[in-house]
Every structure is written in structure tokens, then in C-alpha cells.
Design a protein around this ligand. Structure first.
Ligand SMILES: C[S@@+](CC[C@H](N)C(=O)[O-])C[C@H]1O[C@@H](n2cnc3c(N)ncnc32)[C@H](O)[C@@H]1O
Length: 184
């Protein structure tokens, strides 16, 4: 289901990857990577960088390990309790794709904030509670845009909305860990 081909009609992998604005040398953390569908796309866009795919589900770790086994610039890490075994400020991008509604009341956003370099950013793409509801998780689990912004701000991020009209069901946020004026 996560890998359903029809997802490309409303959440194209390429459009998601474009929003990360990669040069090809970054370290990208795919948080809640699931089956690794987007991790694979990201690895291809990182000839001089790497993707770190983390998930808390043992089942998904099996999928990830299989899918990324032959990808030399991809690493799979099984995490628990939102503890990612990477140093503070060690990643350039974090992708939270279809994850936010699953980590409500957890400290996932704080962990992402810890991991990001000061000039990096978190890209949140998640099912919009105010969007159409025939696909995706139950409405009551979803975030409204303003609620999602408030959650990110509570974790210490400054939030912007990149222009994006590619996703009918999802909102998109870029969350910066630091005062951007101080990072030049
Ligand atoms: C809806 S799936 C999205 C998968 C992938 N990002 C995608 O869009 O194809 C959410 C994934 O996040 C994982 N997940 C949920 N909470 C998590 C957490 N606190 N830490 C790590 N992974 C988590 C789940 O196991 C699941 O694989």
C-alpha cells in the first residue's frame, strides 16, 4: 500500500525530492522511511552524499534493508524512542514524509532539531486535515496546517511554506533550526 504506484499521481517522488533542494553532497535523514521508496530516489540524487533511512518498525527495517542493500550511499538504522544514533548537527536535511501525524506527542521534532546543521532544514510533508479525505489516514489523526506549524515552532524551528501546488492532499513546510539571518 505504501508503495502503491498511484501515489505518484498525488505525491510524486520527484516533486518531494525537489523540495529538498539538494546539490548532491548532503547527508539526508529520511525519518520514518517506511519501505524506502523515497530513500532510493534520494540516494540517486546524492552522488557525493548519503541518505540515512531510519524507522522504528521491525517490519519496515526488513523492507529498507532489502531495498537499499546494494545502494552504497544509503544506511539503514533501526531506532526506538526517537533516539537516532547520529551526532548533533550532523545532517543537512531531514525528510518527514507522511510521518508527522504518527509522531504526535512524541519528541521526534526535537530529535530532528538536534540532528540538523544550523544551515540545514527539515521538510515536512503530511496529510492535510483540511484537504480531501478519500485517501490517507483517518481525518482525526491528521494535522491542520497551523497546528503543524505550531508543533514545529514548539520544537525550536522557524517555519516557512515553500510554494507548492503539486500535492492535493498534503501540506508542505520547511522548518529551519536556527535564526537564518545568523547563518550565512
Ligand atoms: C506512513 S509511513 C511513511 C513512510 C515513508 N516516509 C513514505 O512516505 O513512504 C510512516 C513510517 O514512519 C514510521 N514511524 C512512525 N513513528 C516513528 C518514530 N517515532 N520513529 C521512527 N519511525 C517512525 C512507521 O514505522 C512507518 O514506517
Amino acid at each position: 500500500m505504501l508503495d502503491a504506484a498511484e501515489r505518484d499521481a498525488y505525491l510524486p517522488d520527484g516533486a518531494v525530492a525537489d523540495l529538498l533542494e539538494l546539490t548532491g553532497a548532503e547527508t539526508v535523514l529520511d525519518y520514518g522511511a517506511g519501505t524506502g521508496r523515497i530513500s532510493l530516489v534520494l540516494a540517486e540524487r546524492l552522488p557525493n552524499g548519503r541518505v540515512v533511512a531510519v524507522d522504528e518498525s521491525a517490519e519496515m527495517i526488513v523492507h529498507l534493508a532489502e531495498r537499499l542493500a546494494s545502494v552504497s550511499n544509503a544506511e539503514v538504522i533501526d531506532i526506538n524512542g526517537n533516539a537516532v544514533p547520529l551526532d548533533d548537527g550532523s545532517v543537512d536535511r531531514v525528510l518527514a514524509l507522511n510521518l508527522l501525524h504518527e509522531v504526535r506527542s512524541e519528541r521526534a521534532l526535537e530529535e530532528m532539531h538536534r540532528l540538523l546543521r544550523a544551515d540545514g532544514f527539515l521538510l515536512v510533508i503530511d496529510w492535510n486535515r483540511d484537504g480531501p479525505s478519500e485517501l490517507g489516514p483517518p481525518t482525526e489523526l491528521r494535522y491542520r496546517l497551523q497546528e503543524a506549524i505550531a508543533e514545529c515552532e514548539k520544537a525550536g524551528f522557524q517555519v516557512e511554506q515553500p510554494p507548492s501546488d503539486r500535492f492535493p492532499y498534503h501540506f508542505v513546510l520547511r522548518a529551519y533550526p536556527a535564526n537564518r539571518a545568523a547563518v550565512t
